[in-house]
Design a protein around this ligand. Structure first.
Ligand code: C2E
Ligand code: MG
Ligand code: MG
Length: 639
């Protein structure tokens, strides 16, 4: 019965290892699969199942026909040395060169095959395994050869380990050595005392040890820098939060690491990471360093006071300001640091990761301060972002949240209202009226902009059809589109369908796109842009003068209007030459022009003097709701 107990115990060990392995893998799917070890586990599980069947019949828990019973017993005995061989081959394959490995492998597999045939034939011949009436092995050469073969394999493996001692990775000697030794001792004991369970127990023990000391560690240690990896980081966070410990977490992100690898080579990049990890280990006393991504590290310390954090940060700043001498290269690099406190700033590990990511992305988007402590201000900002994102999602399903304001555009020479720009706002119950500066970037990042553009176009078309007479002198109403709108090829078709279904003439519409977007993704936009132009939709280049202007693209692109950015207009009072020059060039190219953001009488004069066709800005009117815009139009028609 103790034998079955031992086997049962072993099955639990195998299951526990597999479960733990699965859990760790789930946390980090990029882990190596450890195929050799997993195969070994499966082979062992197979061995255990055969053994259990055999022993269950010996104890008369299950009854088989006599020939089947005998077969199972002998197969069980045969799997003994085969399993040991399989295991030892996996050790040998790590230590030996290819040639000796192949020779040894052939020899070992050859003897095993002969042994297996010899044993299995015995099922029929019935000579070398002497079994008593309960099918226990009581003697015979077969049994002795099982033990002998296993001991020989173990001795061979021990000899190979002794010869290859220097090749074995530091810290793994004991593990390599103990596996065949324990197996051998258990075989000898098995032979002397006929205690089968010794083998089973020692095998399970070795597997467990192997896993805990070697593989599990490898799952938690970063191979390059030797510091714990992302897995270990997550486990640590979980533990801190569960125990309600107070901790300060630093995350350090090396910027443009790809560039360092590219410029100096990956060997130098690796050396830099190692040197950086070593430095971090000494940055905060009693803290732990983790490498949580390729170029990202974390330092986790028990709660530090504000002064202590400042001291650490200052020390780090001094160090990072100097170049790093690694592998003969002198490298300067930039590191962004986000600092959060637990449990104040996050209560679950995913929240910790989110908070750190958010802080780092804030640092990157602002580019003012490379080291930021997560604060109440950031917490509120993040909450607002989340709220805006929710409002944005709601607006897609509840279109009445989308509010369109119209800003009139006036002809410089006649002073008449000639066109208008439709500008989007979101009306949210809780957040109030949201301006595009806050939500358009999100809408672009999430792809929701496509839906918003469609909603805007439908609204403007309806507005145009409902007030045909009022709009009779108006050239067109413009809508802003984003480059993201054209990431799907059928978007132009969908927008044109909206126009067709509304019955509005395409020439009453205009699309605006910013210069930088148009230049960046010109290839994507080109086709749609062409289709719009063909249908008579006026195309305008927005915010001209903010980015760098590619004159060649400017000449080749089929837009009719260039909107000169507010910054150029407001600067015109100091730098009249610039706006005049722009105007001359654009006029040469045959583009009409609109000056944006005209705020003062003085600017009106300068814009007029520069020869720009139209003007838009607070001096005339802010963007206003539909009714208000209709009043402006009626007033203008009456002039
Ligand atoms: P934009 O297309 O350049 O629109 C002009 C912006 O300048 C508007 O801001 C307008 O209110 C503001 N503005 C006009 N005149 C003046 C002035 O005299 N002084 C000042 N300080 N500002 C003036 P708004 O409505 O906040 O829109 C900001 C940006 O958001 C727009 O810049 C546009 O790029 C984007 N946007 C607005 N609506 C939409 C839309 O429906 N779809 C897309 N994709 N983007 C939109
Ligand atoms: Mg615009
Ligand atoms: Mg603009």
């Amino acid at each position: 019965m103790e034998l079955i107990g031992a086997e049962f115990f072993s099955i639990i060990v195998v299951a526990a290892i597999l479960f733990d392995r699965w859990k760790v893998q789930k946390q980090n799917s990029s882990l190596p699969a450890d195929k050799t070890f997993l195969k070994l586990l499966v082979a062992y599980a197979g061995f255990l199942v055969i053994a259990l069947f055999n022993h269950a019949s010996i104890l008369q828990v299950i009854q088989y026909p006599i020939i089947l019973e005998r077969s199972i017993t002998i197969v069980h005995l045969v799997t003994f040395p085969l399993f040991i061989l399989y295991w030892l081959l996996s050790i040998e394959s790590q230590l030996l060169e290819r040639k000796p490995l192949v020779i040894l492998g052939i020899l070992q597999i050859g003897t095993s095959t002969v042994y297996a045939i010899y044993s299995l034939a015995d099922i029929l011949i019935d000579r070398s395994y002497i079994l008593d009436e309960t099918l226990n092995v009581v003697g015979g050469n077969g049994f002795n050869s099982t033990v002998l073969l296993s001991v020989v394999y173990c001795a061979l493996a021990l000899a190979i380990i002794a010869i290859s001692w220097k090749k074995i990775e530091l810290g793994k000697h004991l593990l390599f050595f103990i596996v065949p030794l324990l197996l051998m001792v258990s075989m000898v004991f098995f032979h002397l005392f006929k205690h089968h369970n010794l083998f089973t127990l020692s095998t399970s023990f070795i597997l467990l040890m192997n896993y805990m000391f070697f593989l599990r560690k490898r799952l938690e240690i970063d191979a390059l820098t030797g510091v714990p990896n992302q897995n270990a980081f997550m486990t640590r966070l979980e533990w801190i939060l569960k125990q309600k410990h107070e901790a300060t977490v630093f995350v350090l992100d090396i910027e443009n690491f790809r560039f360092i690898n590219h410029r100096y080579g990956t060997a130098v990049g690796d050396a830099l990471l190692q040197s950086f990890a070593t430095y971090l280990s000494s940055l905060v006393k009693d803290a732990d360093v983790f490498r949580i991504a390729g170029n990202r590290f974390s330092v986790v310390a028990s709660k530090l006071s504000h002064n202590e954090i400042v001291r650490v940060v200052n020390r780090f700043k001094v160090r990072i300001a100097q170049p790093w001498e690694v592998a003969g290269a002198s490298i300067s690099f930039h590191v962004n640091v986000a600092i959060i406190e637990l449990p104040d700033h996050a209560e679950a590990k995913d929240q910790v990761v989110d908070t750190l990511d958010f802080t780092l992305s804030e640092i990157k988007s602002r580019r003012r301060q490379p080291i930021v402590i997560y604060s109440k201000r950031l917490m509120l900002l993040r909450q607002r972002r989340l709220n805006i994102l929710t409002a944005l999602r709601n607006a897609i399903s509840n279109e009445s949240m989308v509010v369109v304001h119209y800003q009139p555009i006036y002809d410089t020479s006649t002073g008449h209202l000639v066109s208008a720009e439709a500008l989007m706002r979101l009306q949210d119950d809780q957040l109030g009226l949201l301006m595009p500066g806050e939500f358009i970037p999100f809408a672009e990042n999430t792809g929701l902009i496509v839906n918003l553009t469609e909603i805007m176009l439908r609204r403007v078309c309806t507005f145009l059809t409902n007030h045909e007479t009022a709009f009779r002198h108006l050239r067109h109403i413009s809508i802003n589109v984003s480059a993201e709108d054209f990431s799907s090829s059928d978007m132009a078709r969908r927008l044109l369908d909206i126009v067709d279904n509304s019955g509005v003439k395409a020439s009453r519409l205009s699309f605006e796109m910013t210069e930088s977007l148009l230049l960046e993704s010109y290839e994507t936009v080109k086709n749609s842009w062409g289709a719009f132009a063909q249908r008579g939709i006026t195309l305008a280049l927005d915010d001209f003068g903010t980015g760098y202007s590619n004159l060649e693209a400017l000449v080749n692109m089929p837009f009719d209007i260039v909107k000169i950015d507010r910054s150029v207009v407001s600067n015109s009072t100091n730098n009249f030459e610039l706006i005049t020059l722009i105007s001359v060039v654009l006029e040469r190219l045959g583009k009409s022009m609109i000056a944006e953001g005209v705020e003062t009488q003085e600017q009106v004069e300068f814009v007029r003097a520069a020869g720009i066709d139209c003007m838009q800005g607070y001096f005339f009117s802010k963007p206003v709701p539909e009714e208000h815009f209709l009043n402006l139009l009626r007033y203008d028609n009456a002039k």
